[in-house]
Design a protein. Structure first.
Length: 193
């Protein structure tokens, strides 16, 4: 069972489709653009359920590993306050309207690409002049995939595979930047000695 599941995951990752607002781009170009976007300003990461866990992990990796400013809105006080006062559909857009600045980055994760609160968060980000990176799955024409400046779409209809593929993609972004950072630091140390 595990080996066949690993093969399914590998197929999902290999068939990931990378797009920008003009159409399909290569995996290498998507990785490069995602990395560049992380250095443009503050990064906010949003998701529901399992995607919220992925959002929190990615945000933590940005802070700890890359020393980049990042946050997610998974704090129960923020979630329950905004959900209670404005409705769950505005649980991300309302705080983003307060915190986002032009040039910041929103990373929006939704397996289905149809979560209203995630879509509203993307709308708020676009209105504030922030960049948007999306990670989605299921239908290739899901609304979230249409909203990003850069989009990672997993060709699957299985939440577990989509979420695991999203986690893998985001970790690859972190790991590749961390590796570059280490090499650069090593070169600087050897140049000084």
């Amino acid at each position: 069972m595990f080996l066949s599941r690993i093969e399914e995951l590998q197929a999902c990752i290999e068939s990931c489709c990378y797009t920008d607002s003009f159409g399909e781009i290569t995996a290498d170009e998507a990785l490069k653009r995602a990395q560049e976007s992380l250095y443009s300003g503050y990064t906010y990461v949003i998701g529901n359920g399992g995607s919220a866990g992925i959002a929190s992990h990615f945000s933590t990796d940005l802070l700890k590993t890359l020393k980049l400013p990042a946050a997610t809105f998974s704090d129960s006080n923020i979630l329950t306050c905004f959900a209670n006062d404005y409705g769950y559909e505005k649980v991300f857009s309302s705080p983003l309207e307060v915190m986002l600045n032009e040039g910041d980055l929103l990373v929006a994760i939704s397996s289905s690409g149809r979560s209203i609160n995630i879509l509203n968060g993307c709308r708020a980000a676009k209105e504030m002049g922030a960049q948007v990176i999306t990670l989605s799955g299921f239908s290739p024409d899901n609304p979230l995939r249409q909203m990003g400046d850069l989009n990672f779409w997993i060709n699957a209809e299985d939440y577990g595979l989509i979420e695991t593929a999203h986690f893998f993609l985001l970790h690859t972004i972190i790991d590749s930047l961390s590796s570059c950072k280490r090499r650069s630091e090593e070169l600087m140390k050897s140049a000084v000695s």
